[in-house]
Design a protein around this ligand. Structure first.
Ligand code: ADP
Ligand code: ASP
Ligand code: MG
Length: 428
């Protein structure tokens, strides 16, 4: 008997028909003698619908600056998962499987108070363990928690992955199975590149980079949790027939591995990630003197805005240009901070904003021991006539910022150039 956590995403929970199929799958695991905790997302489209309703009543910019409003936004957004857990517990009971549902506040899943992006502080396992011991399946909301003051919080978009892995860590579960609408982690998003290949394993470090650079198949914090608590995580499809043999199901999809030598598909580049959620801002003609980066970015950080890629140009006659990227949702606020605080304090000449950019990244732990990987990336993009606006590198990734309209072309060209297309012979 094993203790297993299942997570089902929005599409997997997308209709009562799908929920019944989830219940049948879970029931199969229970009948095989396992203890099950299930963490579902809201039904597909539901979180967007709820956030849309809230934004009809208060514009984005006002919402983002008001703690009181963000509190209510979370109260609204969290209801999607509330519905899912109840429906899934009902569907399980209808299969003759004892089941009980809990919201994050009932477990409780304790978080900090950062509405819309709360972090899990701890999960109390007592109630869940008692139910499991009593032979019940426990169904816990993804995405939501409760702060020290008793307010409902949410963990950021895609946060049900994190709820599931955190629950698995708290219960020291044997495995956390993330069921989704693709059958594993691919070399890149298979919806963009049909030639993408499924990886049967991916190293934790590569998965962390892929998630942080935009591969939405797993929320980055779920990968961080998996690494910190060494939770075995597997990504697999909820669209296989529910009654396939457990042994087959349990070895399908993609397993995240923690040991480098376990890596079977050793390629220099393991995958390609992309992100359309950023915007680029250039502060033109700032005085080139010590402390200027802090003078520009300090007020942005004080406004609680995360900065990603940064570049500063060489100076001309004591002046330079400074560019950086922020999340597109933070673009208007960042421009406002710069206009009202940074331009007056630095005497910068002007601001240029560009929301039509994207970031494309190649990721692979094999890059550590191979030179020339970045230059091959730049050559490939230049052969396609794609201009690179910004570059950042780390040991196991290189990212470029380019015009958004070239994103798919860039991803496809890089996928091919690095030998990732299905059937390709990997050669350099
Ligand atoms: P869920 O609702 O199950 O959480 P998500 O939509 O959040 O599902 O994540 C699954 C989606 O992630 C897939 O449908 C796919 O389009 C996208 N995706 C992006 N990058 C990858 C990748 N490298 N491998 C697999 N899927 C990816
Ligand atoms: N329902 C939430 C969202 O759409 C959380 C999740 O699906 O993981 O972002
Ligand atoms: Mg998701």
């Amino acid at each position: 008997m094993a203790l297993i956590v299942h997570k089902y995403g929005g599409t997997s929970m997308g209709s009562t028909e799908r929920i019944r199929s989830v219940a049948q799958r879970v029931a199969k695991w229970v009948r095989a003698g396992h203890q099950l905790v299930v963490v579902p997302s809201a039904m597909s489209g539901e979180t967007n619908r709820l956030l849309g309703l809230a934004k009809e009543l208060m514009p984005d910019a006002t919402l983002a600056n008001s703690e009181a409003a963000l509190r209510e936004l979370d109260a609204v957004a969290a209801t999607g998962e509330q519905v899912s857990v109840g429906l899934l517990a009902l569907a399980l009971q209808a299969q003759g499987i004892p089941a009980v549902s809990y919201g994050g506040w009932q477990v409780p899943v304790a978080t900090d108070s950062a509405y819309t992006k709360a972090r899990i502080a701890s999960i109390d396992d007592q109630r869940v363990r008692a139910d499991l011991a009593a032979g019940k399946v426990v169904v816990i909301t993804g995405f939501q928690g409760i702060d020290p003051q008793g307010n409902v919080t949410t963990l950021g978009r895609g946060g049900s992955d994190t709820s599931a892995v955190a629950v698995a860590a708290a219960l020291k579960a044997d495995e956390c199975l993330i069921y989704t609408d693709v059958d594993g982690v691919y070399t890149t998003d298979p919806r963009i590149v049909p030639e993408a290949r499924r990886l049967s394993t991916i190293s934790f470090e590569e998965m962390l980079e892929m998630a942080s650079l935009g591969s939405k198949v797993l929320q980055i914090r779920s990968v961080e949790f998996a690494g910190k608590y060494k939770v075995p995580v597997r990504v697999l499809s909820s669209f296989t027939p529910w009654d396939i043999p457990i042994a087959e199901e349990a070895s399908s999809g993609t397993l995240i591995t923690f040991e480098e030598d376990e890596k079977m598909e050793q390629a220099v580049v393991a995958g390609i990630a992309f992100n359309r959620d950023e915007a680029k801002i250039s502060v033109i003609g700032v005085p080139d003197r010590p402390g200027i980066a802090h003078q520009i970015l300090g007020p942005v950080a004080d406004a609680n805005i995360d900065i990603d890629v940064i570049i500063q140009n060489v100076s001309h006659e004591g002046r330079t240009d400074f560019s950086f990227t922020v999340h597109r949702n933070d673009y208007a606020r960042t421009m406002n901070v710069l206009e009202t605080q940074v331009i007056p304090s630095t005497g910068a000449a002007k601001l240029i904003g560009d929301t039509k950019i994207c970031k494309v990244s190649i990721v692979g732990i094999g890059m550590r021991s191979h030179v020339g990987v970045a230059s091959k990336m730049f050559r490939t993009l230049s052969e396609e006539g794609i201009n690179i606006q910004m570059i950042t590198t780390s040991e196991i990734k290189t990212s470029v910022v380019i015009d958004e309209k070239y994103m798919e072309l860039a991803v496809r060209a890089l996928h091919k150039a690095f030998g990732l297309d299905a059937g390709a012979v990997v050669a350099d």
